[in-house]
Design a binder for this molecule. Structure first.
Ligand SMILES: [Zn+2]
Ligand SMILES: [Zn+2]
Length: 110
């Protein structure tokens, strides 16, 4: 069992870290660029992302027709099994104008 050396393990660990960093890079980048702009401390509401995910559409920008209030639990259930996915109409979320998020009210005051 000496075919895995310490350096190989270290290389694997670094590779895994790099992979994670690559996957998370867009998020980290967005996070840091916005936090750099306001170095006065973190916004408690949005973490300096300057946007809040829409609760109506869960940040997707579209909602199932008639499902805004979470009534269509049966549809959701069927949809999760992939049976009725094409039958569920997606409509633009009226709450956020289909953007999927709101501007953070705290940050937009600045
Ligand atoms: Zn929305
Ligand atoms: Zn904010």
């Amino acid at each position: 069992m000496d075919n895995i050396t310490a350096s190989e393990v270290a290389g694997l660990a670094v590779g895994t870290l790099l992979l994670c960093a690559t996957i998370a890079a867009p998020k980290i980048d967005a996070f840091f660029s916005s936090s750099q702009r306001s170095s006065l401390g973190m916004c408690k509401r949005c973490g300096n992302l300057r946007r809040l995910a829409c609760s109506g559409c869960k940040g997707t920008g579209s909602v199932k027709e008639g499902g805004i209030f979470g009534i269509n639990l049966v549809d959701d259930l069927y949809e999760s099994y992939g049976n009725r996915e094409s039958k569920v109409k997606q409509i633009a979320c009226a709450k956020c104008q289909a953007k999927g998020y709101f501007s953070c009210p705290d940050c937009s005051k600045l």
